[in-house]
Design a protein around this ligand. Structure first.
Ligand SMILES: *Cc1c(COP(=O)(O)O)cnc(C)c1O
Length: 395
């Protein structure tokens, strides 16, 4: 009898192997490259020294001496791990200080640390919405926001990318029952463009919806003081009550936060399962992020330099007629459409010791494969010229 049951079920290995073959056939197979050096413009990848244009370390803080030293001092003082979740006994003075400093930086009453941006998004959306409610999201929102809506059990509706009119008409069509949450990336992670946040926030407000912005690629980079896309547009807590950001990109460290009113943060502490049921970040990580935040606040020249490099890259690319998407952030995608072509271009660049990632579906929509070039204030003008020369020859 046991044999009959086994035969009726498909073999696990055979089933998975068929899926892997399909992924490979569609040129969507993903592989990891092993780095042997710290994050920075120059990295050693499997023995090959490369110029890297794919990290999110926009301000060159991931291997900055002060950030690394703060990490080391934090480990010496607090040990390697936090030993428990925040609500048991894992919440240290380092976490607490970072939360207060983030709230001050962002002009919000309080901030709350999460282990990752993915978990922050799952936690917040599930606290704000549930069965019978509606979450409206931009079509190109980060995967973690789409997953967050699914996990919350609310209805998920996706509006056209960056289109406040489409959002408005979808809001107008809602029945009027249940809560409504509008969620957008501040800077779109694979496109580099900014969401039209004032228009989205106005549309949300007109229909009694709440507005949440995921500013993973905005905080540290966008806005006169680097406080992100909300600072750039002059949007305060009354218009965007929920702000999420990460510490793994411009901060160069790891982790994430939500900033907002005391009532919002206290609600997350009580209710967000991805906050409650997980080990707190190592306190040393929080100490490193505090050092990054100091540099973000005090060294505005990093942002200025980054934006000058972005302008230089775009001018050079325009001279070569490269198919760059419209973006004035350090995310500068080159649209190549077909996954196979994106892979070939990335491989040809690697032959020239230039590391750029090929982004393919399902990370981007079908037909939207691209080379995602990212710039950092740690790049030199000569680095950009090398990339432009190579792209000019290949594309
Ligand atoms: C990277 C990213 C996240 C996830 O943050 P992690 O800390 O890496 O989990 C969420 N949202 C956006 C828009 C991102 O780019």
């Amino acid at each position: 009898m046991a044999g009959m049951v086994d035969a009726a079920r498909r073999d696990l290995t055979a089933t998975l192997a068929a899926t892997l073959r399909r992924i490979e056939r569609d040129h969507l197979y993903r592989t990891r490259r092993t780095l042997e050096t710290p994050a920075g413009p120059r990295v050693v990848v499997e023995g090959r020294e490369c110029l890297s244009f794919c990290s999110n370390d926009y301000l060159g803080l991931a291997s900055h001496g002060e950030v690394v030293a703060a990490f080391q001092r934090g480990a010496a003082r607090y040990g390697a791990g936090s030993s428990a979740s925040h609500l048991i006994c894992g919440h240290s003075a380092a976490h607490h200080a970072l939360e207060e400093e983030l709230a001050d930086f962002l002009g919000r009453e309080r901030a709350l640390l999460f282990s990752t941006g993915y978990m922050a998004n799952l936690g917040v959306v599930s606290v704000l919405c549930g069965r019978g409610d509606t979450v409206l999201e931009d079509r190109l929102n980060h995967a973690s926001l789409l997953d967050a809506a699914t996990l919350s059990r609310a209805r998920l509706r996706r509006y056209a990318h960056g289109d406040a009119r489409d959002l408005e008409s979808r809001l107008a069509a809602l029945s009027g029952e249940g809560r409504v949450l509008v969620v957008s990336d501040g800077v779109f992670s694979m496109d580099g463009d900014l969401a039209p946040l004032p228009q989205l926030a106005d549309a949300a407000a007109r229909h009694g919806g709440w507005m949440m912005v995921d500013d993973a690629h905005g905080v540290g980079v966008v806005g006169p003081n680097g406080a992100g896309t909300l600072e750039r547009f002059g949007l305060d807590e009354s218009r965007v009550p929920v702000l999420m950001g990460t510490l793994g990109k411009a901060f160069g460290v790891f982790g994430a936060f939500v900033a907002g009113s005391g009532v919002l943060i206290e609600s997350l502490i009580q209710l967000a399962r991805s906050y409650i049921y997980t080990t707190a970040l190592p306190p040393a990580v929080a100490e490193a992020a505090r050092a990054s935040l100091r540099l973000i606040r005090e060294e505005g020249w990093r942002r200025e330099r980054l934006h000058a490099l972005v302008r230089r890259f775009r001018e050079g690319a325009a001279g070569l007629n490269l198919p760059l998407l419209e973006s004035d952030t350090p995310i500068q995608p080159l649209l190549v459409e077909e996954p196979q072509r994106a892979l070939h271009l990335a491989a040809a660049l690697l032959e020239r010791n230039i590391l750029v990632s090929a982004i393919r579906p399902p990370t981007v929509p079908a037909g939207g494969a691209r080379l995602r070039v990212t710039l950092s204030s740690a790049h030199s003008e000569a680095d950009l010229d090398l990339l432009l020369d190579a792209l000019g020859e290949l594309v």
